[in-house]
Design a protein. Structure first.
Length: 196
C-alpha cells in the first residue's frame, strides 16, 4: 500500500495483465492497450481462494520480475480513486501474495505516452509463489483447480481469449490453453457418448 496512492487527487491508472483485462469490476473512463517493462505475465501463483483451495490449489497469473508484459491500462476518475483501490485490494490482496506497486507503463497507440499505474507484482517470498512450473504440472493443477470465482480452466481460457482479442499471443499461456482445449474435447466426447 502506497500512501501517495491513497491521498492523490488525480485520475488513477491501473495496469491489468490477467483477469482484470476481461473482468475489471470497477468503473473506468478509458481502457487502453499498454506495455509494462521489467516484469512479465506468468502462471506462477498457487490460488487458495479464487481458483482453488489450500487442499487443491489452482494457478493464477502474477507479474513476475524481468521481461515485458502487454496488457490493458484503465483510467479511473479521481473521484472513484479510493473506492477502486479498496476494491482492488480486497480482490488482489486476499492472501497478500501480491505486492501493490506503482510502475511506469507505456500506452500503446497514444504516441507511446508514459503513465504511472498501480499494478500487483507477485511476492516471490510468499508460500503461494509457484515459480516456473512445467507445462504438464500447470496442466495438472489447472484441470483440477476450482475456487470461489470458478474453475481454474475457465480463468486460463478467458485470459487467453482476452489476449487474442488484443492481438497478443502469450506463448506459455497459449500452449496451456491448447492442451486444455484438447482435454475438454476428449472429456466432452466421452460425456456425450455416455449419455446417449
Amino acid at each position: 500500500m502506497h500512501p501517495s496512492l491513497d491521498h492523490a487527487n488525480e485520475d488513477l491508472w491501473v495496469f491489468a495483465y490477467g483477469s482484470l483485462i476481461w473482468r475489471p469490476g470497477f468503473d473506468h473512463l478509458e481502457r487502453v492497450p499498454a506495455r509494462l517493462i521489467g516484469a512479465h505475465r506468468a502462471l506462477c501463483v498457487y490460488s487458495f481462494v479464487h481458483r482453488g483451495t489450500p487442499e487443491r490449489p489452482g494457478l493464477v497469473l502474477g507479474l513476475d520480475h524481468g521481461g515485458m508484459c502487454r496488457g490493458v491500462a484503465y483510467r479511473v476518475a479521481a473521484r472513484r480513486r479510493a473506492k477502486t483501490l479498496d476494491y482492488l485490494r480486497e480482490r488482489e490482496q486476499v492472501t497478500t501474495v501480491y505486492i501493490e506497486r506503482v510502475r511506469p507503463v507505456v500506452l500503446i497507440g497514444h504516441a507511446e505516452a508514459r503513465i504511472q499505474a498501480v499494478c500487483y507484482m507477485v511476492d516471490r517470498s510468499h508460500p503461494q509463489y509457484a515459480g516456473k512450473l512445467s507445462l504438464m504440472e500447470q496442466l495438472r493443477i489447472v484441470r483440477h483447480g476450482h475456487g470461489k470465482s470458478g474453475a481454474n480452466r475457465d480463468y486460463v481460457l478467458s485470459t487467453v481469449h482476452a489476449l487474442e482479442a488484443m492481438d497478443c499471443r502469450d506463448r506459455d499461456l497459449h500452449l496451456l490453453a491448447e492442451r486444455l482445449h484438447g482435454i475438454h474435447e476428449v472429456h466432452g466426447e466421452a460425456v456425450h457418448a455416455g449419455t446417449g
